[in-house]
Every structure is written in C-alpha cells, then in structure tokens.
Write a new protein. Structure first.
Ligand SMILES: NC(=O)c1ccc[n+]([C@@H]2O[C@H](COP(=O)([O-])OP(=O)(O)OC[C@H]3O[C@@H](n4cnc5c(N)ncnc54)[C@H](O)[C@@H]3O)[C@@H](O)[C@H]2O)c1
Ligand SMILES: O=P(O)(O)OC[C@H](O)CO
Length: 336
C-alpha cells in the first residue's frame, strides 16, 4: 500500500490528507501543535481549520516528523511558503531516500525569489524527478465538504506525475490531471494570489464586475508574461492551474487572499486586516517576491506593482486604481 505523509494540519493539508486517505493510501498527517494532533486523533475532526468536517477514520495525526516520514512514498508539504525552508531542514534527515516530495504551496520565497519546488530541491537535496506540485482551483472548504473539484499534478517525470495522480484520484469527488510543466503550474498558483488581492481591493472599494473581469484578464496577462520569461509552457496558463485557479480565487468569498484585499479596499489598515486574518494569505508576502522575480527578468507586472504599493508601501487603493487606469494605452497583446 502507498504511504503518504502530509505536513501541515491547516485547511489544505488536512483536506488533501482526507483525499489521500479516502483514496486508499495509508496517510499520516503531521502537525506542529501536539494539542491539535491529539484533538484530531481523539475526535476525528480538525476544529481549528475545518470545524464540522468528519475526517476519515484511517487518517492518523502525529506531532513526530520521524514517525510520519517512516516508509513514506509521498511526502506532501502544506505549510506557509515562507516557513518551508526552515521546517524542511528539520525533517530532511528522516525523509526516505526514494520518496517523492510534493508541494501544495502557492508562494514564492522572499529574498531568494525561489518557487517552492526549487526550495524543496535545494533543502532536501533531491533531483527534479522527485519533486511534484499540486495546484488548481482548490478552495479547501468546498473540497472538505465533498464538492467536486479538479486539480493539476505536475512533475518533470511523467511516470511520477501519473503515480501521484493515481494516489489522489478520488472519483467522483477529486479529479487530478497531469502536466510536465512544473514552472507554469507553480507560477499560476503563486501569482493568482497577488491578483486576487487586487480584485479584493477593488471589490472592497465597491467596484463591480467589469473591474473584476478586467483585473482577472490583465492579471492572466501578467502571469503569462512572467511564465514566458521563466520558460513555462504558455498553454498551462489557460488550464486549471492558470485561468482556473485565478477565476476561483478572484471570485470566491472563501479566498483568504481576496478577503484580505477586500478588507483593505474597505478602508481597514494593514494591521487591522492582518489581525483579522487567521489563515495563510500567501499573496501578502509573495507579492514582493513575485515583483522582485519580475524585475530580475525585466517583465512588466503593473497590477503586482500596485498590490505591493497598497499592501506594503502605504499607497491608497484609490491611488492604485488611478495609476492602473492612467497607464498609456496599448494594443491588447503588447508583450503578451
Ligand atoms: N486553503 C486552501 O484552500 C488552499 C488550497 C490550495 C493551496 N493552498 C496552499 O497551501 C498552503 C497551506 O495553506 P493552508 O490553507 O493549509 O494554510 P492554513 O493557514 O490553513 O494552515 C497552515 C498550517 O501550517 C502550520 N504552520 C504555520 N507556521 C508553521 C511553521 N513555521 N512550521 C510548520 N507549520 C507551520 C499551521 O499551524 C497550519 O497547520 C499555502 O501555500 C496555500 O496557498 C491552500
Ligand atoms: O484562500 P486562498 O486565497 O489562499 O486560495 C485558496 C486556493 O489557493 C484556491 O485554489
């Protein structure tokens, strides 16, 4: 039987562990807080992140990384992106030599501008064929409530992607597609969070659907431009991990990133919004690393620029809107 170890008892780590367990894999969920681990094992629920959701009986939680990793075929990582490097360094010695490491994370590392698969390869010292990424329109709460969803499983080694696809395929609830384009799939997931912040700000300011559609479409152009510069397959961005995730995140009130932006657009201060946000809104930090990555590659990302301005540099939402709408007129396909 395939053994899977999922690191992170947050919304998505827990939900993905449910999928793996119900799909028939031996699944262990690692959490850093022993009291939450005990509650999960004792009650079959994760009250902090998925209250009211019944977890499968065969899903076990542990606070011991060594126990979780023993004999694992797939090591699935679902912690906040900016904490991955430090955490993985502590787990590395227990990771089995032939295990595949799987990123569920949607961020870009601050300081290094590395994607999560790059951080994993560097810290765990594994080749790209042993690193996979899962990304798509996957709002955890909907999936935990057993609403249908599709996702993309990406690995440069097709056989590995297919093995992981099989491990997390759970008809009629969860449908994974494979893709060899790890760069494109990861970028789609990380940058859509930044665009969702922008859409949220506009919605919070009282803007309507024309503005949301404009931001989503021009946001996709930004993602595609960055992807082209980094060698991604352009087709990836019209797929589930590109357009699919962008639409889900930018339009759903369940999105933490969109909600964060909405609160800023309504006039709350950054401190107030941070205090009101209990879960990870990756775009808040990754907007800076995405912009740095874009600048390194000479890619223009105007929406990302104003998101950094509003979130980190005290730019008002109104000023951000004025800046975007006052740019010089261009052909639609200028630079993609
Ligand atoms: N929630 C979703 O709908 C969803 C869907 C797809 C992808 N993702 C991505 O998955 C990743 C995890 O998101 P989530 O929704 O599960 O987040 P979350 O905020 O719900 O949970 C984060 C988890 O990480 C743990 N954690 C925090 N700091 C840590 C540290 N320093 N070391 C170890 N663990 C730490 C927390 O205790 C918690 O268990 C993010 O990159 C997110 O973008 C989330
Ligand atoms: O809640 P968000 O904004 O982190 O988005 C969750 C998922 O990434 C949607 O696919």
């Amino acid at each position: 039987m395939t053994k899977t170890a999922v690191f992170g008892t947050g919304s998505w780590g827990t939900t993905f562990a449910m999928i793996l367990a119900e799909a028939g894999n031996e699944t262990v969920l690692w959490g850093r807080r022993p009291e939450l681990v005990e509650t999960i094992n004792a009650t079959g629920e994760n009250p902090d992140y998925l209250p009211g959701i019944r977890l499968p009986g065969r899903l076990l939680a542990t606070a011991s990384a060594e126990e979780a990793l023993a004999g694992a075929d797939f090591v699935v990582l679902a912690v906040p992106s900016q904490t991955l490097r430090g955490s993985l360094a502590g787990w590395r010695e227990h990771i089995p030599g032939d295990a595949v490491l799987v990123s569920l994370m949607k961020g870009v590392e601050l300081g290094t501008t590395k994607r999560m698969s790059e951080v994993i390869r560097e810290v765990a010292g594994v080749p790209e064929e042993r690193v996979a990424v899962v990304s798509g329109p996957n709002l955890a709460k909907e999936i935990a409530q057993r609403q249908p969803a599709a996702t993309v499983v990406a690995c440069t080694d097709e056989a590995v992607a297919k093995r992981l696809q099989e491990a997390c395929h759970l008809p009629p609830w969860f449908r994974p597609y494979t893709n060899l384009d790890v760069v494109g799939v990861e970028l789609g997931g990380a940058v859509k969070n930044v665009i969702a912040l922008a859409v949220g700000v506009a919605v919070g300011m009282g803007m309507g659907d024309n503005v949301a559609a404009m931001m989503i479409t021009r946001g996709l152009a930004e993602i595609s431009r960055l992807g082209a510069a980094l060698g991604a397959d352009p087709h990836t961005f019209s797929g589930l991990a590109g357009m699919g995730d962008l639409v889900a995140t930018c339009t759903s009130p369940l999105s933490r990133n969109r909600t964060f932006g909405e609160n800023l657009g309504r006039g709350m201060t950054l401190e107030e919004v941070v205090a009101a946000t209990r879960q990870t809104a990756e775009g808040v930090k990754s907007c800076e690393s995405v912009l740095e990555l874009a600048r390194k590659h000479d890619v223009e990302m105007p929406i990302t620029e104003v998101v950094v301005g509003v979130v980190h540099d005290g730019m008002s939402p109104r000023e951000a809107g004025m800046l975007l709408m006052s740019r010089s007129p261009k052909p639609e396909r200028y630079g993609v």
